[in-house]
Design a protein around this ligand. Structure first.
Ligand SMILES: Nc1nc2c(ncn2[C@@H]2O[C@H](COP(=O)(O)OP(=O)(O)O[C@H]3O[C@H](CO)[C@@H](O)[C@H](O)[C@@H]3O)[C@@H](O)[C@H]2O)c(=O)[nH]1
Length: 327
């Protein structure tokens, strides 16, 4: 049986990836933050995953885990993933998003040198590294991690790749991110639980896709015969206004209008106005294209948020797939 080590397995991508790997018969060992509780509701998604509490900033512990698990594949998904938050916590961002990659590479090179065991490394890189806000602590840390991956490949011939991920969303997103903030707010407004939603920069366009299928691209990148860094996205950008209109409509609310309030405190020191992925390299190399459209994704997220609020059940496995592609 193959074994995959997934850092940050209780995050949005970790959950989707672990389920995909398990379904393919791969054993999954996943790190969770040491504070991940026995009663954490996300456990419902992590059935069959060997969970290891570990702070990825503890490089020695991370190296020891790799040595103990002897994985065939490592997916480094643990990160402080909110660009907005990275300005508040620059040191934590660097320590979490960059330094652990060095330890993973060191551990994998040691596995090869000492035991002849070859493992492959996937690094979750970001479109942000290539945008005009590449000076954010988030983008700088991800860029440093990219460099470690490239050096491991060039200097040590390690099979190590970056997925240059564009925004990928799901009902598992935290409300720190604008999609889920909007879908939950629309659901709350529809149920009379709030009146308005406050947002920062309304003038952005993003390539928003469904996280559940991006993890398939990660797996394909590691299964490919050559190590390639690839952008992962849908190839289509939508405006924040589109997102608002779609979410409000899905909640049965009509036009957002004055229920959207702009709060200057939510603006970032710098922000890229448009991101859109080139989907062709991943299509050519891996045969992978995002299938779930923006509208189906936003509708599903709103539907799940309405259901969560009505039922009082915060997490359920049914929430993982947009209904439109369930069949
Ligand atoms: N979070 C948030 N974003 C807002 C808000 N108002 C406007 N925005 C804008 O909405 C856009 C998307 O923000 P997020 O959803 O926070 O995501 P992100 O910063 O684009 O980062 C995500 O995508 C990256 C890849 O492009 C990932 O690297 C990153 O980890 C994350 O998944 C940004 O331009 C942000 O300024 C708000 O109230 N909250």
């Amino acid at each position: 049986m193959r074994t995959a080590l997934v850092t940050g397995v209780a995050g949005q991508d970790g959950i989707y990836l672990a389920r995909s790997l398990r379904a393919a018969g791969t054993a999954v060992v996943g790190t969770v933050a040491p504070g991940f509780g026995a009663d954490d509701p996300r456990r419902v998604y992590l059935d069959g995953v060997d969970l290891r509490p570990l702070d990825v900033r503890d490089g020695a512990a991370l190296e020891a885990l790799v040595a103990a698990v002897e994985p065939d594949e490592v997916y480094n998904l643990a990160a402080l993933s909110s660009v907005g938050r990275s300005w508040e916590e620059p040191e934590l961002t660097a320590a979490t998003n960059a330094a652990p990659v060095e330890h993973l590479v060191t551990a994998l090179l040691r596995l090869r040198a000492e035991r002849g065991h070859d493992a492959r490394l996937f690094q979750a890189s970001s479109a942000e590294v290539h945008g005009s806000a590449a000076d954010s602590p988030y983008a700088r840390a991800k860029a440093a991690a990219d460099e470690v991956v490239r050096r491991a490949r060039a200097d040590h011939d390690l099979f190590a790749v970056c997925g240059v991920l564009h925004n990928h969303e799901s009902p598992l997103r935290s409300t720190r991110f604008v999609t889920r903030k909007i879908t939950l707010s629309a659901a709350e407004i529809a149920l009379g639980l709030r009146d308005t939603v406050s947002l920062g920069n309304l003038d952005v366009r993003r390539d928003w896709g469904f996280a559940g299928e991006y993890v398939e691209a990660m797996r394909l990148q590691l299964a490919h015969d050559v190590p390639l860094d690839l952008p992962l996205g849908t190839g289509r950008a939508h405006s924040l206004q589109d997102l608002l209109e779609q979410a409000f409509a899905a909640a049965g609310l009509g036009e957002p209008g004055d229920r959207v309030v702009q709060d200057p405190a939510l603006l970032r020191p710098s922000d890229t106005s448009v991101f859109v992925a080139d989907p062709e390299p991943a299509a050519a190399a891996l045969g992978w294209r995002a299938q779930v459209g923006f509208h189906a994704l936003v509708e599903h997220m709103v539907r799940v948020d309405l259901e969560r609020l009505r039922s009082g059940v915060p997490e359920a496995v049914d929430y993982l797939l947009p209904t439109g592609i369930r069949a």
